[in-house]
Design a protein around this ligand. Structure first.
Ligand SMILES: [Zn+2]
Length: 433
């Protein structure tokens, strides 16, 4: 297999692809002098940071292997890919509004460069992309699908592999590197820093998610990895106003595929909540609520921080019998636990915001603990609520925001969900509210 496109340091080649002979590779300095500073050729930041030995390094893209002023990038230039058949085996069928957007994405491809697909949680954004992807792969175009979130990448990779089983799809992020060529890559945004003017299409999923929205370096990573003539599709259920204004084409889908309205969160006030949480307790009425939810449906319980996870798990386990576990970003078993939740092995999964978006479980209700916490912005609350009732026959899933106070973010999230439902009803995309 030829590895083209990726610009890697020698130590990265040795770690990832030890069998590759670099004698024929192109070689460029990893940093270039810029007055008294040095410009990093990977992330484009200017550095004046020195190591004690006196040479410079780039502190901005340290999340990948360290670049310094003595090192080089090695790469193999891209070759033209030939036209081919791209087999799409997805058995589902797009709904009428999904189909309209999928067609528009293909038709507008010739006349526009940036696209935003604004579709509510559970609307089936990924499936809408299938026809466009199939078309571009058949034309021999290179495609990257990227997200700021590891869990989103994992899920996308799974779904693309099922839909396009004959395609060679790679996945790259901090925990996983599976290389199957560079024509169809699923990766976190950081990984795109390794490509330069390479992809014909870059799809950015969950574009409003941290850290992409706050980090110009990541936005630059996408710019650099995409060819100047390339196209970009942004996907989000909660896009920022600024993005809606700047794209060439905006498609809005306010309803879910299954024609059920989005569950509107119920606010569950508990005046002494913070005090109880501090001592590792949950108020009795919340425990009772959880127990009744679990009887009917699985539950995702979102906590504002990792330190609460285990305390809450212990507290709940003392009160009633339930199959539960916790998951957070540094959890070694994170992937396995998410898979097990999907397979129905737990009734209750306590998690942080790492699972707020991009993941689909069947038959889950959602509880957000301490919804007034400053970490839970409006988009985050809408996304967490959006995990409920996505899939499965059970249509009575609940979303509950447990809080000691009403906040602007809580109110805005509830309003936005109601507005989407209203729009969906007006357009005849849901049957009732
Ligand atoms: Zn850098």
């Amino acid at each position: 297999m030829e590895i083209t496109g990726q610009r890697l340091l020698k130590k990265e080649w040795q770690a990832f692809y030890p069998q590759v002979d670099l004698s024929q590779a192109k070689k460029i300095p990893a940093m270039t002098e810029l007055g008294s500073d040095w410009l990093c050729q990977r992330c484009g930041e200017v550095s004046h940071e020195k190591v004690p030995a006196g040479f410079f390094y780039c502190p901005f893209c340290l999340v990948l292997a360290r670049v310094d002023s003595r090192s080089f990038f090695y790469y193999f230039p891209a070759k033209k890919l030939s036209k081919k058949k791209a087999v799409l085996v997805w058995q589902g069928e797009l709904s009428e509004p999904q189909c309209e957007i999928a067609d528009s994405l293909i038709q507008d491809h010739a006349t526009a460069q940036t696209f935003l697909l604004w579709a509510v949680t559970g609307a089936g954004k990924t499936e809408i992309l299938f026809p466009l992807l199939q078309r571009l792969l058949e034309q021999g175009k290179r495609v990257a699908v990227t997200s700021p979130r590891v869990d989103v990448c994992n899920e996308l990779f799974l779904r693309f592999r099922q839909a396009f089983p004959k395609e060679k799809i790679s996945i790259f992020h901090g925990q996983v590197r599976k290389t199957a060529g560079d024509g169809f890559v699923v990766c976190t945004v950081h990984q795109l820093l390794r490509y330069h003017q390479y992809f014909d299409l870059v799809i950015v999923d969950e574009v409003d998610a941290f850290p992409y929205a706050e980090d110009p370096l990541l936005q630059r990573a996408v710019d650099h990895a995409q060819k100047s003539t390339g196209k970009r599709v942004y996907l989000s259920a909660t896009p920022a106003e600024s993005l809606k204004q700047t794209v060439d084409r905006l498609y809005y889908l306010p309803a879910r595929y299954h024609r059920r309205s989005l569950p509107v969160p119920e606010v569950f006030f508990s005046w002494r909540l913070e005090k109880q949480l501090q001592i590792g307790r949950l108020p009795k009425n919340i425990l009772a609520k959880l127990a009744s939810l679990v009887e009917k449906n699985n539950v995702l319980l979102f906590c504002p921080n990792i330190s609460l996870l285990q305390k809450m798990a212990d507290c709940i386990a003392q009160e009633f019998t339930v199959r539960l576990t916790t998951v957070f970003s540094q959890d070694q078993e994170r992937l396995v636990k998410v898979e097990n939740m999907r397979a129905g092995k737990y009734q209750l999964l306590l998690t942080t915001t790492i699972l707020e978006r991009g993941v689909t479980f069947e038959n889950v209700s959602v509880v957000v603990l301490q919804a007034s916490h400053r970490i839970f912005k409006k988009a985050s609350l809408v996304q967490m609520a959006g995990r409920a009732d996505r899939k499965g026959a059970y249509n009575q899933a609940k979303v509950i925001f447990v809080t000691s106070e009403q906040t602007a973010a809580i109110q805005a999230a509830i309003n936005e969900i109601k507005q989407n439902n209203q729009q969906a009803l007006v357009r005849g995309l849901i049957d009732e509210m």
